[in-house]
Design a protein around this ligand. Structure first.
Ligand SMILES: C[S@@+](CC[C@H](N)C(=O)[O-])C[C@H]1O[C@@H](n2cnc3c(N)ncnc32)[C@H](O)[C@@H]1O
Length: 265
């Protein structure tokens, strides 16, 4: 398994990532929506592993709630940003590919997160299973995993050659901020591969993003094959200042699906 295209894409944009995603309010999303949802599903407070942690945007709401945080990402440059951000707060950070992680710590984790497209960057057949096996290896017996994946609506609205300058629903107009996001996909298909390019200020060479649309059935099957169980899947949508998690998931109405899982008994 070589260094993937995601490593190059994120090494190139690490310096601007926080600014690029500044519309995403992690206190609201993780702190006020996802964690309460997980708590109602039996989440026990304690140790969290953030896979594909990037610059650590999810860390502040976790640290503020007393979680002991462990982050892993395949991009060294993203981890450098995370290191700067945490300063002296004791957060363990490790460079690694979610498709081949062993036991990352002495004790397993109560919660494993993979937030903001991490699962979509796993594009090859078998990648999901490898990532879920790594999650299972690190998950406490009572633990929960929680990750998102983009719906078809998201890919159709921002990742196709026809989508012009439309961008993901939560993004402010990027051009005004010096960036150009260009959808490159000419044959959008459910379950297909989608590509887009990000260029502009602070990005030396264009950052090419290659993601795969995964359906909830494919995710459930891969989890089962890896000894995990998909306990809940919800659709996420937003209105100004509010994030909603809804069932049933609708690939057109929702822009993300949120998956919650645990060990398969
Ligand atoms: C959109 S960013 C999300 C970062 C962070 N989770 C957040 O919410 O801001 C996607 C992250 O996934 C990481 N990533 C992609 N594929 C990966 C892989 N196979 N193993 C580890 N990290 C990966 C990228 O380096 C990048 O930091």
């Amino acid at each position: 398994m070589g260094r993937g295209s995601a490593v190059v894409a994120y090494d190139r944009m690490a310096g601007i990532y926080d600014d690029f995603t500044k519309e995403n309010d992690y206190e609201r999303w993780l702190g006020e929506v996802l964690l309460p949802e997980l708590e109602s599903g039996g989440l026990r407070h304690g140790r969290v592993l953030d896979l594909g942690c990037g610059t650590g945007r999810a860390f502040p709401p976790l640290i503020a709630r007393g979680w002991s945080v462990y982050g892993c990402d395949s991009s060294w440059e993203m981890l450098e940003q995370a290191r700067e951000k945490v300063g002296t707060t004791p957060v363990s950070l490790v460079e690694g590919d979610v498709r081949c992680i062993g036991r990352l710590a002495d004790k397993p984790f109560d919660l494993i997160l993979a937030l903001n497209d991490v699962v979509n960057y796993l594009t090859e057949d078998g990648d999901l299973e490898l990532a879920f096996q790594g999650m299972k290896r690190n998950l406490a017996p009572h633990g929960l995993v929680c990750f998102d994946a983009n719906t078809l609506a998201t890919f159709e609205s921002g990742w196709t050659a026809e989508s012009g300058d439309r961008v993901e629903p939560s993004s402010a107009p990027l051009r005004e901020r010096g960036w150009e996001w260009t959808g490159l996909t000419t044959d959008p298909q459910p379950g297909g591969i989608f590509e887009a390019e990000l260029a502009g200020e602070g990005i030396e060479s264009p950052s090419i993003h290659r993601e795969r649309h995964w359906t909830s059935d494919q995710i459930a099957t891969a989890m089962r094959a890896s000894g995990l169980k998909l306990l809940a899947v919800k659709g996420q949508r937003e209105e100004p200042g509010r994030i909603f998690l809804e069932a049933p998931l609708d690939e057109q109405r929702h822009y993300k699906l949120i998956c919650i899982g645990g060990h398969d008994a």
